[in-house]
Design a protein around this ligand. Structure first.
Ligand SMILES: *Cc1c(COP(=O)(O)O)cnc(C)c1O
Ligand code: SF4
Length: 334
């Protein structure tokens, strides 16, 4: 038998990197030399929301350090089973907003497409951990329903590809979508929301930059980085190449207990991002999703951290602190 590793890989290189991601808690525990007494809880929690961590991301975690801010974001943990009053399965009202499958049209002028079901990494705090993706993907019918919806809503001028992570789709498919969006005359901007440049920088390639910049639509990418340790050299290079292609690059973070709940950490993050051509956009308070209560920073404390952050950064490096509220017409500033 031919060993698996000697087979010739035919897809794009990033698909190979993705296929090698950690999905078994045992393997991650061994790789990071974590305390085995935490493994049973990790396995149980991974049954409710799967473990998924690209190897490149795992390399940025300090082995054996259970407090590592990157580890904390991806490690399935016992705390997910704690009683969590006020934390629900659909905290942001996405299920109510999805009248056209795959399209969330909550805010004036902008439509968000749920392009795909999965992500390159599974973040334990994510509000989408309970979202019934398989039913909602816009890509399911080759975008037909979505494109019809957009064409019939002339008040929409910006399309946001979100997910899941839209960059898990292959470039030819995304290029096809971009070309069809280009032909809807009232659209002006194409925005991509992705955590992939941060967690799987291999994905940022020439083909991706080509379809994002080739069309009439002004391209914007909003990445999702929560901690300066996430900005490894290959990530910085990927961000710089996006910026050099002429794509406006913004970052959103989530304020997370034990990850970035200090002004010094957030400040370092803003400075490093700016060096790589990325402007801070949003700092989200945690969506109150079941299983994520241990990441919550109470509003009072969040305000205090934010005040400190404003004191140590130029105004343009301070992200807007917001909360998502079901039914609100925009993200709600604090
Ligand atoms: C967050 C969000 C947007 C984008 O909001 P901006 O303030 O423009 O970044 C659009 N649609 C939905 C459904 C959202 O949740
Ligand atoms: S949608 Fe974003 S935050 Fe949620 S699991 Fe995917 S990458 Fe993580």
């Amino acid at each position: 038998m031919i060993p698996r590793s000697s087979k010739v890989w035919q897809g794009p290189p990033w698909r190979k990197a993705l296929s090698e991601a950690f999905t078994r808690p045992e393997a991650l525990f061994e790789y990071l030399r974590l305390d085995p007494s935490l493994l049973p809880a990790a396995k149980a929690a991974a049954k409710t929301f799967r473990l998924r961590v690209p190897r490149g991301y795992a390399r940025r975690i300090r082995p054996g350090d259970i407090e590592d801010p990157l580890l904390r974001q991806i490690l399935p943990a016992a705390a997910e089973f704690d009683p969590q009053p006020g934390f629900t399965q659909d905290p942001v009202g996405d299920l109510a907003a999805g009248s056209t499958p795959g399209v969330l049209h909550k805010y004036q002028g902008r439509a968000l497409l749920i392009s795909t079901a999965s992500c390159a990494v599974n973040c334990r705090f994510c509000f989408r951990r309970h979202f019934p993706y398989a039913d909602a993907r816009a890509e399911r019918d080759q975008w037909a329903t979505t494109l019809k919806f957009l064409a019939h809503n002339p008040n929409i001028d910006e399309v946001i590809l979100s997910g899941g992570d839209p960059l898990l789709l292959d470039d030819p498919k995304l290029a096809g979508l971009a070309a069809r969006l280009d032909r809807i005359p009232h659209l002006l901007r194409l925005r991509v929301h992705s955590r992939i440049p941060i967690v799987l920088p291999e994905r940022v390639c020439g083909e991706l930059l080509a379809w994002m910049t080739r069309s009439r639509l002004t391209p914007v990418m909003v990445v999702h980085c929560n901690h300066p340790n996430e900005l490894a050299d290959d990530v910085l290079r990927a961000l710089e190449s996006i910026r050099s292609a002429g794509i406006t690059l913004l970052n959103q973070s989530v304020l997370l207990r034990g990850v970035n709940d200090r002004a010094e950490v957030l400040s370092e993050l803003s400075v490093k991002l700016f060096d790589a051509g990325v402007l801070p956009y949003y700092l989200h308070l945690l969506d109150r999703v079941q299983g994520a209560a241990h990441f919550d920073v109470p509003e009072q404390e969040a305000r205090f951290i934010y005040q400190r952050l404003r004191e140590c950064l130029p105004g343009y490096l301070v992200p807007r602190m917001v909360r998502e509220q079901a039914g609100a017409a925009a993200k709600v500033p604090l």
